[in-house]
Design a protein around this ligand. Sequence first.
Ligand SMILES: Cc1ncc(COP(=O)(O)O)c(C=O)c1O
Length: 395
Amino acid sequence: MNQAKHSNYARETLVTLLGRNPEMHAGSVSPPVERTSTRVFSTLAELEKAHSTGKLSDFLGSTTPEWLEEAVAELEGGDSQVIASGTGMASLAIVFLSVLEAGDHVLVPDSVFWPTRKVVDGLMRRLGIEANYYDPMAGAAIEDEFRANTKLVLTESPGSNTFEVQDIPAITEAAHAAGALVATDNSWATPLLFRPLEHGVDFSMCAVTKYLVGHSDVLMGTVATRPEHIQRLRETANQLGNSCAPDDAFMALRGLRTLAIRMRHFEEAGLRIAKWLDKRPEVKRVLHPALPSCPGHEIWKRDFDGSSGLFSIVVEKLSRAQLERFLESLQLFKLGYSWGGFESLILPVYPQNERSVTHWKDDGTVIRVNVGLENPDDLEADLDSAFRRLQEQKR
Ligand SMILES: Cc1ncc(COP(=O)(O)O)c(C=O)c1O
């Protein structure tokens, strides 16, 4: 759709250019929202030709999501191709169901996003797909985990809630040597900060819901892959009835325009608040990939172009009442799950209950922090006052 590849430009520039072509739309800077479920043809031959491509928008469905797919493909790098879907979870399901079948085995990091664990232990097991969890810090040692039927290794870097940065190049090398494919959940970094396909990964998934949409108003996911796998993904997506609403794709494209400047803000403000928290007497540990205390920090430095605004802190163990007091005292940090929007969020997390092969040894209370677009002075003041309320209660 875009006439030229723009690969010489910086990413800040790319996000303003990709996924649109004013010349095709009477000069309109954004592509129009095309709402359709039906295409009609003048001849039977044209109808048959459109159907034979296997691409839904050729014979029914909107082309608007394709502008987003094209933009994300260029950000993901190389000759990647992308399928957009209704949620990040749907993107994950499309990868699993494209690669795995009954009797196959999948390796999953012990730090994986909890709902992904539910898919692995629920839907996948019901379909006869075996899974084993592995230490997210295994790196090349993952080779000991492979079985003859291992078809896929899932990675997620950094890990959900505990932020271990995985050695994806080493894992990918071991997986390919064992004949398995590799998928990664790249939602934390987005393709602006880490491009998994450039590190050998076969499927790069992104919960577009988070940073790319950026305004907490749309659920969406993408999977990027190399051309040799795209047909398989497309067939699975079509068979599952995958859909990405045209209005939502438009909103994601609008979010894309400011992605780079928002990510720069999240990095600066996130690091500033992480370092401020690190100095607080109440905080035992900060789990932020850009800080040396985070497992895999050196790998983050080697492989990533920056950090986003989501990290965790470990505080002294809080009782239920203390936890409620702290969280409910906050005015700007809201209690909520789906991070990556404009608003700062906070959430207690329980890594000790979410692992099966590694042990979470720290007995402190773990709290996940999503830094939004508010002024960091206000955010620090908000946290400071909640810590004071907590101290008052402890006295
Ligand atoms: C790491 C990660 N992957 C995937 C998802 C799922 O995205 P969605 O909410 O769009 O299904 C989330 C959502 O929180 C997430 O945190």
